[in-house]
Design a protein around this ligand. Structure first.
Ligand code: PMP
Length: 404
């Protein structure tokens, strides 16, 4: 038995974290993982989450019964408002279907599984992903029989957006193509379109009747402001592009392991939304029966209580500001102190948790082998892994590998 099962390679990011943990070198630095760390390299439990936790602990009405198949209603309703806007006409018109998922990954999976079953692919079961993208997107779509292809996104020459190529390609694709867009804080590049560019991308979606598959894993992390980071999604909804949004609370609430997320699908009518929801329920029932309750209760408390909500916004600012500080300091060290060859403007223009440094796979490997600095081969660094204690060590070693 199992003779024909090939050995799969370990997941590269999880492998990177394991290598980092096994390394006894005292000054080792982990810039691989996409999780927020405080200035002492420690995971940060948000103060607002601690408060919500306490409230739950003391609530005698909390039990461990099953949630409904589509999740905790108070959570999904508030989560929809968070991403689509509290005053969203689509919500008011009852056109939004929201289902609780196993974090952002589960939302991507459920969205993909639903499209696989019900989207009119016209015989062409393909999804178009940005080049590059979060690597898991490929597996998620392949798992449900949709072939992932890529559209141009990142230009290594400018270390910025390949805007013209992106727009030309979207225009060339067959009408009604399914296209995945990162709502904000693009992973792995940290490069987002400007509002003007989003507007032009939206024009093409309307012309070509493309379907927008938004993935929103970092709301609040791009600018520190929840509404600002939801702008592109809301603009597409306003202009009536058919779409769905995958939402994760892993990063912005620091609830990584609790797996809190949602899938929101904006339908053309309330009646269509009801039918869609019924089929999403069928899918959820067969896959997980019903979602986990704990994390959703925490987020629901935070979203539905005005005081906690304000506190959460402050916590998000704390995280986003520390990351922005690290960007500024790294830029200063490279350009002013070390005078590292090359342009480093992208360190401060890129957005969110990640930065694409532009260094080669060989240089990334040299950082790991010579300086015990762990990062992915593509030169992506998690800014959250930098802090006041290790940033100089990192900058000096980056300077060394760049000079060769
Ligand atoms: N989408 C993107 C673009 C991501 O970066 C991530 C997290 N790395 C996710 C989705 C999903 O994360 P989670 O399942 O932990 O919410």
């Amino acid at each position: 038995t199992w003779k024909r099962v090939p050995l799969a390679p370990p997941d590269s990011i999880f492998k990177l974290t394991a290598s980092y943990k096994d390394d006894p070198f005292p000054q080792k630095v982990n810039l691989g993982v996409g999780a927020y760390r405080d200035d002492d390299s420690k995971p940060w439990v948000l103060p607002v989450v601690k408060k919500a936790n306490q409230i739950l602990l003391e609530d005698p009405a909390i039990d461990h019964e099953y949630l409904p198949i589509t999740g905790l209603p108070a959570f999904t309703a508030a989560a929809a408002k968070l991403i689509l806007g509290a005053d969203s006409p689509a919500i008011a018109e009852g056109r939004v279907t929201s289902v609780q998922t196993i974090s952002g990954t589960g939302a991507n999976h459920l969205g993909a599984a639903f499209l696989s079953k019900y989207y009119d692919f016209n015989g062409d079961r393909k999804v178009y992903l940005s080049d590059p993208t979060w690597v898991n997107h490929f597996a998620i779509f392949r798992n449900v029989g949709i072939e992932p292809l890529v559209y141009p996104y990142y230009d290594p020459k400018t270390i910025g957006l390949a805007f013209d190529e992106l727009v030309t390609t979207l225009k060339r694709l067959p009408a009604k193509s399914v296209i995945l867009l990162h709502a904000c804080a693009h992973n792995p590049t940290g490069v987002d379109p400007t509002r003007e560019q989003w507007g032009k991308i939206c024009d093409v979606f309307l012309q070509k009747k493309h379907y927008a598959f938004f993935d929103c894993a970092y709301q609040g992390f791009a600018s520190g402001d929840l509404d600002n980071d939801a702008w592109a999604v809301r603009e597409f909804v306003r202009r009536e592009v058919p779409l769905l949004v995958c939402q994760s609370f892993a990063k912005n609430a620091g609830l990584y392991g609790e797996r809190v997320g949602a899938l929101h699908l904006v339908a053309p009518s309330q009646e269509a939304a009801t039918r869609v929801k019924s089929q999403l329920s069928v899918l959820v029932r067969s896959e997980i029966s019903n979602p986990p309750a704990y994390g959703a209760r925490i987020v629901s408390l935070i979203l539905n209580n005005p005081e906690l909500f304000e506190e959460w916004k402050r916590d998000i600012k704390t995280m986003a500001s520390r990351i922005i500080e690290m960007r500024k300091e790294l830029y200063r060290l490279l350009t002013e102190e070390l005078k590292t060859p090359g342009s480093w403007d992208h360190i401060i223009t890129q957005i969110g948790m990640f930065s694409f440094t532009g260094i080669s796979p060989e240089q990334s490997q040299a950082l790991t082998e010579k300086a015990h600095i762990y990062l992915t081969q593509n030169g992506r660094i998690s800014m959250a892994g930098l802090n006041s204690h290790n940033i100089r060590y990192f900058a000096e070693n980056l300077d060394k590998v760049v000079r060769g």
